[in-house]
Ligand binder design. Structure first.
Ligand code: GLA
Length: 424
C-alpha cells in the first residue's frame, strides 16, 4: 500500500496533505504552529511509528570526575525524551522537535555538518553510528523532550540516547548498551563539540528506578545501590541557565590534563587524576599553579567522597551521605569553581531547613539545579521554605520538585502527555 494513502481510499485528504506539505516546504523553516512532523512532512505515520524513551538524570555525588576516569553516582529520573520514529524510506533523516517547533532534514549520504542547534544531538548520533561502521537507515523522527534544558539534568544525553535507541532499532543494528553509551558520548564530543564524560549517557541507559548507579568511569563496572525509602530526592532549579558551561567545561578538562602532565613527571604510571592520591598531590604538586592544584584537589577528594557515599548508602547512613554532599558542594564552589551565587544560596538555604540530610549543585554547574536529600515528613515544609526565601534573595522564582527515579532507556508504547517541567 502507498504509505501516504488512506487505507479507505480517501484521496482528498491525501491530496490536501500533499498541498500542506508543498506550502510548508515553500515556507522553509518558519513553522510556528505545527506540533508533529506529519504536519510538516506531509504523511501521517502514526500507525507505523515506534517510540523510544531515554531519561535525564540527577547526579547525587561525583561531579567532574567522569572525564578523569573517576567515580560518579547518578540516578535516572522520570523526565525523559521521547523519539518516535517511522519505518525507513531513504537515506534522509527528517527530524521534528516539538519543543523547538522546528524541523531539520539531512541526507545521511551527504556528510551532514553541525548546525549549532538542537538538531546536532540527533544528527550527531546518526553520523557517529555511521563513522563506527554501522549502516543507519533514513527515517522520520519526532522528538519531545521533558527534561528541562540547561538545568544540569542532562537533556542532551536523553535526546542522544533516545535517538540512538530509535535509529538502532529501525536499522536492525545489533549493538550492546555500553557501546551505545560510548557512541552517544562520542557524538557529543565530536559532533556537538562538548568534551563531556560518559556519566550521563551511561545512566540514561543503565539507570533503575529506586536505585543510584555507582559507576567506575574507567572500567565501566557499575553497581546499583538501593536508595533509602526514608527520604526523597528533591531537585531545586535556580532558574539560572548554565550558558557559560561549555567553554568553562572544556577549560576544566584542560586544567585536569595539565595537572596529570605535571604529576606524571614524578609518577610515571599515572594516566588520569583517578590514579593520584591526595598525599601524592601534596608531595608532587607544589610547583603547580594554584588554580591547577585546586582543580586536581577537587577531583581527587571527590572520587574519595563518591566511594564513601556508596558505603554510606549501603549502611543506610543518610547522615554521612548528606555530609559528603555538602563537602562536594564546597569543593565544587571553592576548588573547581563551577558553582554560582544562586546555587550557593540554594544549598545554604537547604542546609538550614529541618529534615535535610544534604544538598549540593548537580551537573556541570554555572547554574541549573541543586539536589537535596530530604526526610519524607519534611518535604512539604522544605519546598515552602526554600521557595519563599530563595525568591526573596534572588528575585528568581525557583522550580522545586520531588524527583522520582526511573528505569533506563527503552521502547514504549505511547508518549505520555507533557508533564510538569522544572524549567522552560
Ligand atoms: C556534564 C557532563 C558529564 C559530567 C558532568 C559533571 O553533565 O555531561 O559528563 O562531566 O557535567 O560532573
Amino acid at each position: 500500500m502507498d504509505p501516504g494513502k488512506c487505507p479507505t481510499g480517501c484521496d482528498r485528504i491525501y491530496a490536501t496533505r500533499r498541498l500542506v506539505k508543498i506550502i510548508f516546504a515553500t515556507l522553509g523553516n518558519s513553522f510556528d504552529k505545527k506540533t508533529r512532523y506529519e504536519t510538516v512532512f506531509g504523511e501521517d505515520l502514526s500507525t507505523r511509528e515506534r517510540t523510544f524513551r531515554a531519561p535525564g538524570r540527577v547526579n547525587l555525588i561525583g561531579e567532574h570526575t567522569d572525564y578523569n576516569d573517576g567515580f560518579v553516582m547518578p540516578a535516572a529520573i522520570n523526565f525523559s525524551t521521547f523519539v518516535s520514529i517511522s519505518q525507513p524510506f531513504d537515506s534522509k533523516l527528517d527530524i521534528f522537535s516539538e519543543n523547538f517547533k522546528d524541523s531539520v532534514s539531512v541526507d545521511l549520504t551527504a556528510g551532514p555538518r553541525p548546525r549549532g542547534d538542537w538538531s546536532d544531538y540527533v544528527v550527531g548520533v546518526a553520523v557517529i553510528l555511521q563513522a563506527a561502521g554501522y549502516t543507519v537507515r533514513g527515517a522520520k523522527l519526532n522528538i519531545r523532550g521533558e527534561v528541562p534544558i540547561g538545568s544540569g539534568l542532562s537533556s542532551s544525553a536523553a535526546i542522544e540516547v533516545a535517538t540512538a535507541c530509535a535509529l538502532v532499532a529501525i536499522s536492525d543494528i545489533k549493538i550492546d548498551r555500553v557501546e551505545l553509551a560510548k557512541l552517544c558520548r562520542r557524538a557529543e564530543n565530536e559532533f556537538v563539540g562538548a568534551r563531556v564524560g560518559i556519566m550521563d549517557q551511561f545512566v540514561s541507559l543503565y539507570g533503575q528506578a529506586k536505585k543510584a548507579l555507582l559507576l567506575d568511569c574507567r572500567s565501566l563496572d557499575y553497581e546499583l545501590l538501593p536508595l533509602s525509602q526514608e527520604a526523597h530526592l528533591v531537585v531545586c532549579n535556580t532558574m539560572v541557565k548554565h550558558e557559560l558551561a561549555s567553554s568553562e567545561y572544556n577549560q576544566r578538562r584542560e586544567q585536569c590534563e595539565a595537572g596529570v602532565k605535571h604529576l606524571a613527571q614524578a609518577l610515571p604510571h599515572i594516566t588520569a587524576l583517578r590514579d593520584v592520591t591526595l598525599e601524592q598531590l601534596e608531595a608532587y604538586g607544589k610547583d603547580l599553579a594554584d588554580v591547577i592544584y585546586r582543580r586536581c584537589r577537587h577531583v581527587i577528594t571527590e572520587n574519595d567522597r563518591v566511594l564513601k557515599a556508596g558505603d554510606a548508602l549501603k549502611r543506610h547512613d543518610l547522615g554521612e551521605f548528606g555530609w559528603l554532599m555538602y563537602e562536594s558542594h564546597r569543593s565544587l564552589r571553592d576548588d573547581y569553581e563551577v558553582s554560582c551565587p544562586e546555587l550557593d544560596i540554594m544549598v545554604e538555604l537547604a542546609s538550614r531547613v529541618e529534615g535535610v540530610y544534604g544538598a549540593r549543585m548537580t551537573g556541570g554547574g554555572f547554574g541549573g539545579c541543586t539536589v537535596n536529600v530530604v526526610a519524607n515528613e519534611h518535604v512539604e515544609e522544605f519546598k515552602r521554605a526554600i521557595a519563599a526565601v530563595y525568591e526573596q534573595k534572588t528575585k528568581l522564582k525557583p522550580e522545586i520538585f520531588v524527583c522520582e527515579t526511573a528505569d533506563g532507556a527503552g521502547e514504549v508504547t505511547s508518549v505520555p502527555a507533557i508533564q510538569q517541567q522544572a524549567g522552560d
